[in-house]
Design a protein around this ligand. Sequence first.
Ligand code: AMP
Ligand code: MG
Length: 369
Amino acid sequence: MIHVLAAAERNIKNAVGRNNMNTVIAKVDPNNIDRNIINEAACILKNGGLVAFPTETVYGLGANGLNKDACKKIYEAKGRPSDNPLILHISDISQLSKLISEKNDISEKIIKKFWPGPLTLIFKKSEIVPNEVSGGLNTVAIRYPENPVAKALIDACGFPIAAPSANSSGKPSPTLAKHVYDDLLGKIDMIIDGGSTVFGLESTIIDVSEGKAVILRPGAITKEMLEEIIDNVGIDPSILKLSSDVKPKAPGMKYKHYSPNAEVILVKGDKNNVINYINKCIKEKSEENKSVGVMTVDENIILYNSQNVISLGKSEDFEEIGKNLFKALREFDYRNTDFVYSECFEEVGEGLAIMNRLKKSAGGKIINV
Ligand code: AMP
Ligand code: MG
């Protein structure tokens, strides 16, 4: 028997969403997994349906990764551009070889050290991977997640699960089942609520398809961590320079992303200048009857003259900041915020991933003070 979060919510579900589909919401304790729920979810996926599930990075929106019609439904539910490929999720390294056409020493080293975990690898694809997964590319993205709910679900299916983040395209990625519910209710068959995700930023993506390691998307597995096991870790130029003339190699990185309804503005510079500038903006915008939010760190929270200030964590704790970033961006939406001013972070370690997501949420807008 599926434990449904709230019966009342099921009724709302039938009334909202363009597809008017009933979405089952089932809670699963990652430390004591209810196999009945996992089997029900696997049954939906086997029949070509869509299930959102937790991973250690963000929630994923899953379909049978070898069924092109099922994968097409992911694009429809998310409103995702068709040239933005999906990641195939596996639950054992033995499942990798039939999905790819080439391995090399570099991929072997990375897999040994970082799988299962928050890391996706790009390989040359095998023939069984549908074009709907690879977005027409001759490569495929593969990840072996560590989250026990994700692992149990993939095991129960017996096929790789294709899953991008379970948000509406362009919105911040979901780090709670509630975020999935807000974006996809009535558009997908099931949401497995496994609580808050651990990392809160999407996986690091590394292209190993050309015999060297190139970071296409920064994440919790950092360049510095990779350099401990391999020499010459490259980084896609679009990550360092966010501009329309540098085309990212991961198609998804070219889209505006991670955006709440509010306009996000990043403010960079000496700490006092940043705080003074943001306080000046709070005053000016409030006089225009606009609601202003501030994204900051624990140490600075009391320095802003606004009721709508969210701290992402201690300034040195990039893990915590990464974990809270998307949740904070969504919170500003719940508070009907018009403008969000955010402090910037040093682009080292996980700071590179945090700033990458922040810059995208701001559409590249940074004010230097
Ligand atoms: P999401 O899971 O929502 O973060 O989306 C998957 C990300 O992986 C997107 O940014 C895609 O562009 C990227 N991706 C998937 N497959 C490939 C591939 N074959 N080559 C490069 N990037 C890829
Ligand atoms: Mg995504």
